[in-house]
Design a protein around this ligand. Sequence first.
Ligand SMILES: [Zn+2]
Length: 245
Amino acid sequence: MKARWRNSLGALLAVVALGVTVLVAVLLIRTYTLAEFKRVRLGKGAPAAELSQGEREQLIEALKGAIRIPTVSFSETEQNTTALAEFGQYIRKVFPLVFSSSLIQHEVVGGYSHLFTVRGSDSNLQPYMLLAHFDVVPATPEGWEVPPFSGEELNGYIYGRGTIDDKNCVIGILQALEFLLKRGYKPRRSFYIGFGHDEEISGSYGAMKIVETLQSRGIKLLFLVDEGLAVLDGVIQGTRRPIAL
Ligand SMILES: [Zn+2]
């Protein structure tokens, strides 16, 4: 009994230690990354090399255009709904294959959020889901190298509110799907994509409605990938390499 008790205590301490580590990491990141939350680096790595020059430019322009739509959540009760609607029109225009593919069903949920169902060829495989949000917190021009909704490029970076929280994920997912469809992609496993319009103010009308929609259809997900953080390089004290969070 004693050994088992000791094991339980050990496990408990390990959980507490992990919790503290995560908390400290979050605090460090919050402290050291405020400046970093304004820009995203233009990648030069291998995945981009598989894109043509034209596609690479397309990808960059798609993100810049998304940054220029000020989808601001000001408070629990105030959002720029004109911009939220405009964003919906924008993605329809920029990703025509996603919106015309016979494999994909698109729905607007909760007024402005988006739910995509991508049908795989094997219905025995449990579906997964990718999530992101396209509303942003307010930004005034003070303290910015370029206006926060300009999507301008400066020294190899795209600047703007939403570049790494979280229009990068929205555009990344849609652009990947668009390029894959262009190459004849047909997934075996079905998946869902959800883009919320009110994540910064709790997600009551976006994420919650998407959940209700999926639940009402009896859908059970294998796994779900949501917003994380950027690859941080030289931001967290004591680290010498880029860290993906
Ligand atoms: Zn976010």
